[in-house]
Ligand binder design. Structure first.
Ligand SMILES: [Zn+2]
Ligand SMILES: [Zn+2]
Length: 234
């Protein structure tokens, strides 16, 4: 088994009856990661050296900025990251022979470097490792915890974005035979829940029709954000 199994947070996420437990766990992992990077980690030299090199992706830099906690910590990190970018600019972008346009050697390298930075965000990397562990835990629970298949069956499935993660870790965790069964159950569950969400959003659109003005919303009042979350994850 190549994943560390972590059942407590996974079972807690299932108690909440959310549209996607992996999204719920991702939010928790994100909050913890943000607290970590705004806490004492800013004073740890190895972490600072790494952060000077990578910075954060746009979404996580924004989340750090919007967090109420240590503005000083974030300012310190941002300052030394900025110094590193200035240093790299001097080394890599000083004008010399220029081809011009997007195919210019320097411009191309700069684009590649910016793309690489987005992919090397430590928060993104740590969160995706955590989610691998949690997805593997779902397969482990299904295989080892007699009550869990029923919990899974009564859940709302997953968002479409996290579905490949569930399949891939299931294949890693289970024998071929068991994976076939697991895949079939997840596929049935997901089909049922995507169709249920489609019906909820459809009723939401129909409520705009004046003839349905007095009809009950049912569960569709907040269907729009849930349907978008079901498609792209939150
Ligand atoms: Zn999700
Ligand atoms: Zn990130």
């Amino acid at each position: 088994m190549k994943y560390q199994i972590d059942t407590i947070p996974v079972l807690k996420a299932y108690e909440k009856a959310v549209e996607c437990p992996i999204c719920n766990l991702k939010e928790k992992a994100e909050e913890a990661g943000i607290r970590y990077y705004l806490g004492h980690s800013v004073m740890v030299p190895e972490i600072r050296i790494k952060l000077n090199e990578t910075g954060f992706c746009k979404s996580h830099f924004t989340a750090l900025l919007n967090a109420e906690d240590s503005r000083l910590g974030l300012a310190l990190m941002t300052h030394t990251r900025m110094l590193k970018v200035c240093q790299d600019m001097k080394k890599e972008l000083s004008p010399g022979s220029l081809g011009g346009g997007y195919f210019d050697k320097k411009t191309k390298k700069l684009i590649e470097k910016i793309e690489k930075t987005e992919k090397s965000c430590p928060l993104c990397i740590e969160i995706s490792q955590t989610l691998l562990r949690y997805s593997a835990t779902i397969a482990w629970l299904w295989d080892n915890e007699p009550d869990f298949p029923e919990v899974l069956l009564n859940s709302k499935g997953f968002c479409h974005t996290h579905l490949p993660l569930i399949f891939a870790t299931g294949a890693d965790m289970l024998t071929r035979k068991k994976y076939t069964e697991y895949y079939q159950q997840i596929y049935n569950l997901q089909t049922r829940e995507m169709n249920r969400m489609a019906e909820e959003i459809e009723w939401n659109t129909k409520k705009f029709d004046t003839t349905n003005k007095d009809a009950s919303w049912g569960t569709s009042r907040d269907a729009l954000p849930r349907a978008i979350g079901k498609l792209i994850g939150s």
